[in-house]
Design a protein around this ligand. Structure first.
Ligand code: SAH
Length: 249
């Protein structure tokens, strides 16, 4: 039996919070959005824990980052439900359980923080913010200028110094930051681009949605582990992500 973290112990940063987390806590005053967002988030985190998310760093990051700041004001009251939400330009922010699951997969077997991480599909910037609490350095690429700009706005008050937003085609990865300890994609294509595998460090892990070919539009989570001998691929549960597209717009 895997040990479940008990609350609030798993949310206790034990006075050793990374600078980024302290910055988040300090820069975000409780906001009058009609909900006590900390308590609502704790409720969300408890549900994630019940669903099997057990990584204390992931749960702490989910507690820390205010998802309601990343969605349209009309959707604020749905921000902590386990649902994907529109973020404009036909794109969506993934539901919290999927974000947490992918983050946990990325960190599996790693003690402490991840090294450099590449995220493909910044979207509104929510997952990028979470990743910045789980990794030493995060590079996040978005192909839509409008969302790249919006993410920048959303993230500005958080002062996450280790998070770098890039505008470009993430299908090419970002060679300048390579090799990456982890690569995570928030959009699904037919296959994982070779550039991502090339830019993954030996010992690194990639998590991405891919089309399974089983039926039109059916996607599953793919995990790729890279070691000295090559790569090992594991196909996990079905998911539903926006399509991975090439070029910028
Ligand atoms: N992690 C995001 C989810 C955004 S949805 C969040 O927390 O909001 C996925 C995003 O991937 C979309 O914004 C889409 O424009 C982007 N995307 C799709 N193909 C891409 C590519 N080749 N390079 C970079 N971003 C891409």
């Amino acid at each position: 039996m895997k040990k479940r973290p008990s609350f609030p112990v798993s949310l206790d940063f034990s006075g050793k919070r990374p600078a980024a987390q302290r910055a988040v806590a300090a820069s975000l005053p409780a906001q009058g959005v009609g909900l006590d967002s900390s308590a609502v988030r704790l409720n969300m985190v408890r549900k994630l824990s019940k669903q099997g998310i057990s990584d204390p760093l992931v749960l702490a990051a989910m507690q820390s980052i205010e998802r309601h700041r990343f969605v349209d004001s009309a959707l604020v009251n749905q921000a902590y439900e386990d649902t994907s939400l529109p973020i404009g330009l036909g794109q969506t922010i993934s539901k919290p359980s999927v974000v947490a699951r992918m983050a946990e997969l990325l960190r599996q077997g790693v003690s402490g923080r991840l090294g450099r991480v590449l995220e493909i599909g910044t979207g509104c910037g929510y997952q990028a913010a979470l990743l910045s609490l789980l990794a030493s350095e995060v590079y996040s690429i978005e192909r839509l200028r409008g969302l790249h700009d919006r993410a920048r706005e959303n993230l500005r008050p958080l002062h996450l110094a280790n998070l770098h937003l890039l505008f470009g085609d993430g299908m090419l990865g970002y060679a300048k930051g390579a090799p990456y300890a982890a690569i995570i994609a928030a959009a699904g294509g037919e296959a994982v681009p070779q550039a991502w595998v090339d830019q993954l460090a030996v010992g690194g892990r990639l998590v991405a949605p891919v089309l399974t070919g089983a039926a039109a539009g059916k996607q599953a989570l793919l995990v790729i582990d890279k070691n000295e001998q090559g790569v090992r691929q594991t196909v996990l549960e079905g998911v539903h992500f926006v399509p991975l597209k090439s070029g910028v717009a």
